[in-house]
Ligand binder design. Sequence first.
Ligand code: DX5
Ligand code: ZN
Length: 216
Amino acid sequence: SRSVQVNPSILSADFANLEAELRRISTADAAHVDVMDGHFVPNLTLGLPIVEALQRVSPIPLDCHLMIEAPDRWAPAYAEAGAAGVTFHAEAAMAPVKLAREIRAAGGRAGIALRPATPLEPFVDLLAEFDMLLVMTVEPGFGGQSFLDVTLPKIARARAAIGDLDVRLQVDGGVSASTIERAAEAGADVFVAGSAVYGAEDAAAAIGTLRELAAG
Ligand code: DX5
Ligand code: ZN
């Protein structure tokens, strides 16, 4: 079985205590940070100054998911701030390959994200420019939504398209102990989970359970 990663989303954390909330997930592979601008998605969360602050105190790498308009303008700064991964949305980017190269030049791993209704095929030939492909398994904007099974065929096609490339396949939205196996069987290898981890009494135990289920 391939190596799997679990990245808890701090969207479901207590925003008044983010340093402590990062410590709660210190056994995870990375902390998923949802940046929303109130335009690309109908919700507003946090931006660059808070990512810079989180980067200073986080015990684990930051995996930034930019749900913003104009990522061409903003994404490289997240890598410069020290984010290990910077994922921007395909629907919002004007020049995705140029942007991926700028993120990588700034020391970050470049990711490209697809909303549920965005087809994979236009991006297949670009995958070698990226370190990660994110197939959204809910409409981006909010935590706590139900996993969309209609995205499973796209996950499987993405796995086939990645082939031998060194590209991670992330899923985000509605990932829980009752859905993660379906996503893993379809081919995902990086799993974002917000409510399933932060809603648990014991976050480390929830992370461990998700990892075991995903590894099969
Ligand atoms: C949704 C965000 C997700 C969200 C996942 O727009 O991108 O990262 O936090 O939350 P859950 O796991 O609760 O669906
Ligand atoms: Zn996300």
